[in-house]
Ligand binder design. Structure first.
Ligand SMILES: Nc1ncnc2c1ncn2[C@@H]1O[C@H](COP(=O)(O)OP(=O)(O)OP(=O)(O)O)[C@@H](O)[C@H]1O
Ligand SMILES: O=c1ccn([C@@H]2O[C@H](COP(=O)(O)O)[C@@H](O)[C@H]2O)c(=O)[nH]1
Length: 235
């Protein structure tokens, strides 16, 4: 029994590098596509936003001397590349996927519009909404919150490299402990950095719960959707 009917799945661009440490790892990509296909077979409507951290981040670019505005545009284009790769992997498995873009760039992808995306979800197609919000100075976490709210998703599933929200960044502090559930206010008050504050505020103000879980372990997406207690629920 699936916990949610329509989800916004946020995938980490950085995770797409897999073990190879750069670009797009085809094993990781196919693993994600298989996990998504399992949900579609179970009747779940799936909208996806993918990050671009495996290719380019505007902030890192700015630190290296790039103009931030152009660097962010490069980052948004990186998310389109990742989205096309995922759509290709899904199509290869017979799972119908459409890439929509926040910025007009047909025929690479069709321009995103909420009614069109909802129609596609109702038709059982996976909708990959790429290009972030279309605006610099944002992140794909914020784009996920925005699209999740617009598309009336029941939950935002933040599939990442860690298995939930911790008292501190678990990749830096081995003594950090995990929360099973946490409120948006606790995230602010404790200064936790699992998701940026713009995204956190949008989810809080629009009542979109967020489930943070480790997407890099095979089968976890289905487990989360089946109600297994493997991540952290933020609400
Ligand atoms: N309190 C915390 N609890 C859990 N993770 C945390 C926390 N603070 C920082 N993090 C870090 O947040 C990361 C998850 O963020 P996210 O999935 O957005 O990664 P990303 O590298 O920014 O992805 P992308 O490539 O999409 O930009 C984790 O890998 C973890 O290291
Ligand atoms: O709305 C948005 C979303 C993203 N960007 C830029 O893209 C990169 C990659 O996104 P991540 O969330 O870091 O994976 C991001 O660093 C920004 O440079 C953007 O400008 N606007």
């Amino acid at each position: 029994m699936m916990q949610y009917k329509r989800i916004l799945l946020k995938l980490s661009g950085e995770s797409l590098m897999g073990a190879q440490g750069h670009g797009i790892d085809s094993g990781r990509l196919n693993d994600y596509a298989e996990q998504i296909t399992d949900l579609v077979k179970n009747g779940v409507q799936v909208a996806i936003v993918i990050g671009g951290g495996n290719i380019f981040r505007g902030l890192s670019g700015a630190a290296a001397g790039f103009d931030r505005y152009k660097g962010d545009q490069m980052g948004m284009l990186a998310t389109v590349i990742n989205s096309l790769a995922l759509a290709s992997a899904l199509d290869g498995m017979g799972t119908r996927a459409r890439v929509m873009t926040a910025i007009r760039m047909e025929p690479v992808g069709e321009l995103y519009a909420q009614p069109k995306a909802i129609d596609a979800l109702n038709n059982g197609e996976v909708v990959i909404v790429s290009g972030g919000t279309g605006n610099p100075y944002f992140t794909t976490d914020t784009a996920s919150a925005l699209r999740g709210i617009e598309l009336k998703a029941d939950v935002m599933l933040k599939g990442t490299r860690v298995d939930g929200v911790y008292t501190a960044d678990p990749e830096k502090d081995p003594s950090a402990t995990k929360f099973d559930t946490i409120t948006f206010d606790e995230i602010y008050n404790k200064g936790l950095k699992v998701m940026d504050l713009t995204a956190t505020t949008m989810c809080k103000e629009n009542n979109l719960p967020v489930m943070v879980f480790n997407m890099d372990e095979k089968g976890n997406l289905l487990k989360v959707m089946s109600g297994d207690n493997i991540g952290t629920l933020v609400k």
